[in-house]
Design a binder for this molecule. Structure first.
Ligand code: GTP
Ligand code: MG
Length: 704
């Protein structure tokens, strides 16, 4: 890889880096209209010209080369780590033309690294609306690097950008000889010694080495000692130097702006975004609208999805009875219909809901409303020890906790980041949706209150329960964890944009595909395993059971059908799965669950959506009747004493268990990676389990 030409895309957050990355590579890196969408690096390849094939790397946005949050650190490492595999041969700095001054500050810092640079100006359309016009040629001359206007959202200007990149490639020395500002004057001549010790070429890189001498991990111990001595001798004041650096850069940028940027009466051009924000960020109306938006989202997950869900369900039950007719009776048929098909249909039903959920979240992100939610909720978040920025992980946690936990990287304060990571899995993710839906469908009556669907309201209640518990747990944790850092909330509010429906459509389909294949894989494996465990048992007992029922049926041939069903049930109860379920029954009986639910609880510790697959398999093996739908079979299920298994009490208790329990290996793994310790995932698992058990118990006792 290293021999290849490497191009890094860097720039301020939300400037369009990932959009450009997608335009260059044809990949589908996540794009969203708020700062902090990308939190990790991602590479792809791109043909720049006939001669050049390059590796392009998309990076998290950063405001300066002094990293404050974890995502900024990722970029910092790529650009400044001297012997890094990803160290670029060329940097494309993406600069937001509607916010040029601040973006040029970062450009100037990158230029001083003395790696060849091309500046790509994005958001020219927005700049134009604001009445800003930019003389790109003048800018090119004054910044002394190539500048090109592009619109990666619309795929415009990409060819010109490629040409400029190719020109840089052919003439790699066309970078400014002099620093943008006099860096050596900021520190003193000893910077030359820093360069020698660190083995770096540019003054600016040396300055960074001096600033990070103690906390950087790419220096040898000897180098570190030498640097520390040098810094001490010369009374190097990091903060002062940094402040001076930024001031001097802004001074020069001010001159450049005067020469090549014209703003026509900026006051008159209040753009639409400001007008919309007057309403959406209004202390009263803003919050009412926020609640309304969320409310519509939950109602539509239930309402809108109901029709396509019905079609999927009917389709599967049709396929399975058709297969039942054409395949001769044998164990393979049983495995196919009761094992595999039952498991798949169990999840496939939920595709419409998953798509609607992801579509909605995508809409919030794409329009720029997500950043407003963050702004509106900052006060609330702060009162429980979190930060307005925590809202983005929390909301994307409604889709899936894994990327959500990673999204917490953009939170600067370490304590707030940690707490956000610990509570994010309390947000109900899409994998819980199938469990919620099936249980709600069974124990909550399908009726309306005013114009609202009761089942939809309960669904929303479960999401709210998860959310408010997350706040409560944060509050408790913030009192327990000590922190010395200051907390502040700074978030740039992006311009509103019309959603790109095509993109939202693609995301919805893509997420559905991932859900089906990823969840499908786990469910398939577990269903197969479960089918084996549920179909076989200790041979001796199974044989006895078989003989007993053969005799019963022979003695009572009129009743053979009912007896056959009873036999199937007994067989399941005595199978290996049955034995396992019965073994844990005493532990879960106080919550109102039977042994079949016990099996589902065990299998869904790998991933929650397995619950439905497990139920589907258990009930099709135990009942043998393929015409009834899963929900109906579960509805008819009885305990030993003849009372129904799924009552309001046990149903709600189970719902609450699923709201709280940490049943997801992938999330635990990502928490381990992000916190770099086993302590936190274990803590998380434990506290969530306690919440789940106690919550479920209270619900069962209260409703019984
Ligand atoms: N109007 C307009 N919108 C653009 C342009 N380029 C990108 N966008 C939009 O700007 C938003 C941010 O784009 P991203 O590509 O996610 O930005 P990013 O720099 O990767 O952002 P982070 O990963 O958060 O740092 C998206 O809504 C894009 O559709 C442009 O030239 N004009
Ligand atoms: Mg990005």
């Amino acid at each position: 890889m290293k021999s290849q030409y490497q191009i890094a895309l860097v720039g301020n957050p939300n400037s369009g880096k990932s959009s450009l990355f997608n335009a260059l590579t044809g990949l589908n890196q996540k794009v969203g209209n708020f700062p902090g969408v990308t939190v990790d690096k991602k590479t792809g390849s791109c043909k720049i010209s006939d001669a050049i094939k390059a590796t392009v790397i998309d990076l998290p946005g950063t405001y300066s080369l002094y990293p404050k949050a974890e995502d900024e650190r990722v970029t910092y490492e790529v650009l400044l780590h001297p012997n890094n595999d990803e160290r670029p041969n060329l940097i494309v700095v993406i600069a937001d033309a509607s916010n040029l001054k601040r973006n040029l500050l970062f450009c100037s810092q990158i230029i001083d690294l003395k790696i060849p640079v091309v500046i790509a100006l994005t958001m020219n359309d927005i700049a134009r609306k604001k009445g800003i016009s930019i003389d790109t040629e003048g800018l090119e001359r004054l910044m002394q690097v190539p500048v090109v206007s592009i619109n990666p959202r619309k795929n415009k200007g990409i060819a010109v950008l490629k040409k400029k990149i190719a020109a840089q490639y052919e003439n790699t020395h066309s970078r400014p000889q002099e620093d943008f500002i006099d860096i050596k004057a900021l520190t003193g001549d000893w910077l030359e010694d820093v360069k020698k010790i660190g083995g770096v070429e540019s003054n600016y890189q040396a300055l960074h080495l001096a600033c990070h001498a103690t906390d950087t991990n790419h220096l040898q111990a000897a180098q570190r000692i030498q640097l520390a001595a040098l810094i001490g001798e010369n009374h190097f004041q990091k903060a002062n130097v940094q402040a001076n650096e930024v001031m001097q850069r802004y001074q020069r940028i001010g001159h450049i702006m005067q020469q090549c940027v014209v703003e026509s009466n900026p006051l008159k051009k209040a753009i639409i975004t400001d007008r919309i924000d007057k309403v959406l960020l209004h202390p009263l109306w803003g919050n009412i609208i926020l609640l309304l938006v969320l409310f519509i989202m939950f109602q539509s997950i239930f309402w809108l999805a109901a029709y396509p869900m019905d079609w999927v369900e009917q389709g599967f039950s049709w396929v399975s009875s058709w297969l039942g007719d054409i395949i001769p009776d044998n164990w393979l048929k049983d495995l196919l219909i009761n094992g595999i098909l039952a498991g798949i249909s169990g999840v496939a039903v939920f595709i419409p809901q998953i798509m609607i959920l992801f579509g909605f979240i995508n809409l919030l992100e794409d329009t720029g409303y997500m950043a407003r939610i963050s702004f509106l909720t900052d006060r609330l978040m702060r009162s429980v020890g979190l930060n307005g920025r925590s809202v983005m992980p929390l909301i994307s946690g409604m889709a899936c906790a894994v990327p959500a936990v990673m999204a917490a990287r953009s939170i600067q304060n370490k304590k707030e980041r940690l707490i956000t990571i610990l509570v994010t899995p309390l947000m109900s993710c899409s994998a819980r949706l199938p469990v919620y839906t099936i249980l709600i469908g069974m124990v909550i009556p399908d009726q309306s209150i005013f114009i609202f669907n009761l089942q939809g309201l309960v669904l929303m209640g479960l999401y709210l329960l998860g959310f408010f518990t997350a706040l409560l747990v944060s509050f408790v944790m913030s009192k327990m964890i000590k922190a010395s850092e200051n907390s502040f909330f700074l978030l740039e509010l992006p311009t509103y944009r019309a959603p790109r429906w095509k993109n939202i459509g693609t995301t919805m389909i893509e997420k559905a595909r991932i859900f089906v294949t990823e969840a499908g894989k786990i469910i398939m494996i577990i269903s197969l395993l479960l089918w084996v465990l549920a179909s076989f048992g200790p041979p001796k007992q199974m044989q006895q059971l078989k003989e007993a029922y053969t005799q019963k049926i022979a003695a009572n041939p009129d009743n053979s059908e009912a007896l056959e069903q009873e036999y199937q049930k007994e067989k399941l109860a005595h199978s290996f799965a049955g034995i396992l379920g019965h073994a844990i029954e005493p532990g879960i009986a106080p919550l109102g669950y039977d042994w079949k639910i016990g099996i589902a609880l065990i299998t869904s510790f790998a991933a929650r959506e397995v619950f439905v697959g497990t139920m589907a398999t258990l009930y099709s093996i135990g009942e043998g009747d393929t015409d009834l739908r899963l929900r109906e079979k579960m509805h008819l299920a009885k305990k030993k004493d003849g009372t129904p298994v799924y009552t309001l009490a046990s149903g709600v208790s189970l719902l609450i268990f699923y709201v709280y329990a940490m049943q997801c290996m992938s999330t635990l793994a990502v928490v381990k990676r992000e916190t770099r310790s086993w302590k936190y995932p274990l803590l998380q698992f434990a506290y969530m389990f306690v919440l789940a058990y106690v919550g479920a118990y209270i619900a069962y006792v209260a409703l019984r």
